[in-house]
Design a protein around this ligand. Structure first.
Ligand code: PLP
Length: 305
């Protein structure tokens, strides 16, 4: 696979990251995962907006990564994924410097890494149809969850706990409020109204969450961005998680208790259909990618910023 590392397209296996990289030493680092549907990179500008938000708050030497969008598209083409389902992974770190907590002075050049991979949507498609089991876990994360940092230890532990309980996701609960999943946003339906936690430092501003809230407005589904309380969760008729690979997945059992009638509900199904037609519509509008020959780089090194 061809990947991109600090301004160069390289074989992924040949990339060498320094043990002094602050991403490795401190998780002083941000990431994004962008979904590619055949012919369509989905909302890359929104992902870069979120990356830039994190870069500004981490005070990285670079705070605008919009130049990475053509690089991501180019990687898709170079790896012959233009007509396939794929994922783009982007990671930027503060860079490399001898280990010391304060920022390096003078500032280090951020490390920038992008790779792409094939994505088989079959498992997620099945989960979207049948729904998933989910568990709740105490939110032991820090108080800047709005930044998509690679410091994911709490998410990893919670997701593992979900897996060990045969659940597809764990939902973080802070002060009696269900906030979000380990890798997804969380929504509940009460009396035909979709309720999801308001944007704050305690959740990641999900790109899919944003898309789904727009779809709710298109479908005349009432939305409230307010806390979803654990004490009232048994009254919800539907629960769902949303995310880049998750899209819109109903939760049919929470902590072994069925949600509603224990089947995917009408709001989730309507949103899934609207999401699918939005993707189809965007695919039709997307400029067609001509597949490239192996080893051919359309973007020359000298052209990369
Ligand atoms: C903690 C967390 N919340 C929400 C999301 C959903 O965000 P998005 O819809 O941008 O994928 C993710 C995605 O990885 C996540 O890690």
């Amino acid at each position: 696979m061809t990947a991109y590392f600090n301004g160069r397209f390289m074989e992924k296996d040949e990339i060498r990251i320094s043990p002094d990289d602050r991403g490795f030493l401190f998780s002083d680092s941000l990431y994004e995962v962008i979904r590619h549907y055949p012919g369509l990179l989905f909302r890359p500008e929104a992902h870069i907006r979120r990356l830039n938000h994190g870069a500004a708050h981490l005070r990285l030497a670079c705070r605008d990564f919009s130049h990475l969008i053509p690089v991501a598209r180019d990687l898709i083409r170079q790896n012959h994924l233009a007509d396939q389902d794929a994922l783009v992974y982007i990671q930027v770190t503060r860079g490399t410097a001898p280990r010391n907590h304060p920022f390096p002075d003078p500032a280090s050049e951020p490390t920038v890494y992008i790779c792409v991979s094939c994505f088989d949507p079959a498992v997620k498609d099945r989960q979207r149809k049948t729904g998933i089991h989910a568990i709740t876990v105490p939110d032991i994360r820090w108080a800047r969850c709005d930044m998509k940092t690679t410091g994911l230890t709490a998410n990893v532990l919670a997701c593992q706990q979900a897996a060990e309980n045969k659940a597809g996701e764990a939902i973080f609960v802070r002060d009696g409020v269900l906030l979000e999943g380990t890798h997804s946003s969380f929504m509940a339906v009460f009396d035909d109204t979709v309720i999801t936690a308001p944007l704050s430092n305690y959740i990641l501003g999900g790109i899919t969450r944003e898309t789904v809230l727009d779809l709710c407005r298109d479908l005349d589904i009432r939305v409230l961005q307010e806390p979803v309380y654990e004490s009232r969760i048994h009254l919800a008729s539907e629960l769902m998680v949303t995310g880049t690979t998750t899209e819109i997945t109903p939760i049919t059992t929470l902590n072994t208790r069925p949600v509603g009638n224990g089947k995917p509900g009408p709001v989730a199904k309507a949103l899934q259909a609207a999401f699918a037609s939005k993707i189809q519509q965007l695919q039709k509008q997307a400029p067609w990618f001509s597949p490239m020959k192996k080893g051919e780089n359309s973007l020359k090194l000298s052209e990369t910023p």
